[in-house]
Design a protein around this ligand. Structure first.
Ligand code: 4NP
Length: 160
């Protein structure tokens, strides 16, 4: 069976999308599904290529047992949109950017990550980069809910 592939995308690939990658990886591992799901993250912009996640994002994730230190920033490409099954934008700005970048016929795979947390009122994971430390915990709360919803969706639609 071909792996289901998931790409998380934010602006810089140093705060929100690596957090989503780390949380989702841990969840997939806990359910023994690593061999079925390929996971990655990227940014719409090139500001932080090759960099480790923001130290505040790493610290907040570490408090929940998630190690983000090995991840490195990269920029999302047109080829990513062609090859990944799920391209999950953290906010509407990322969504618009990715849909513009998309090769024709692949736009439907680009969605808002918080579609998978329908019980939450927000649609965007807010950018924590310029805010206080509490922003990173808020990102984690949202990402944990959406990651659980996403994995449930993938299990139901693609792995049953
Ligand atoms: P991210 O956060 O998109 O969640 O990785 C940001 C990181 C860097 C910048 C903005 C947002 N920046 O302007 O450099």
């Amino acid at each position: 069976m071909a792996k289901v592939s998931v790409l998380f995308v934010c602006l810089g690939n140093i705060c929100r999308s690596p957090t989503a990658e780390g949380i989702f990886r841990a969840l997939v591992r806990a359910q023994g599904l690593e061999q079925f799901i390929l996971i990655d993250s990227a940014g719409t912009h090139a500001y932080h290529i090759g960099e480790a996640p923001d130290v505040r994002a790493q610290a907040a994730a570490a408090r929940r047992g998630i190690d983000l230190s090995g991840l490195r920033g990269r920029q999302a490409t047109r080829a990513d949109i062609e090859t990944f099954d799920f391209i999950l934008a953290m906010d509407h700005e990322n969504l618009a950017h990715l849909r513009n970048l998309s090769p024709p016929g692949h736009e439907h795979k680009v969605r808002l990550f918080l579609e998978f947390a329908p019980q939450r009122p927000e649609r965007d994971v807010p950018d924590p980069y310029f805010g206080g430390a509490g922003g990173f915990d808020r990102v984690l709360d949202m990402v944990e809910e959406a990651a659980a919803g996403l994995l449930e969706h993938i299990r139901r639609e693609r792995l049953e």
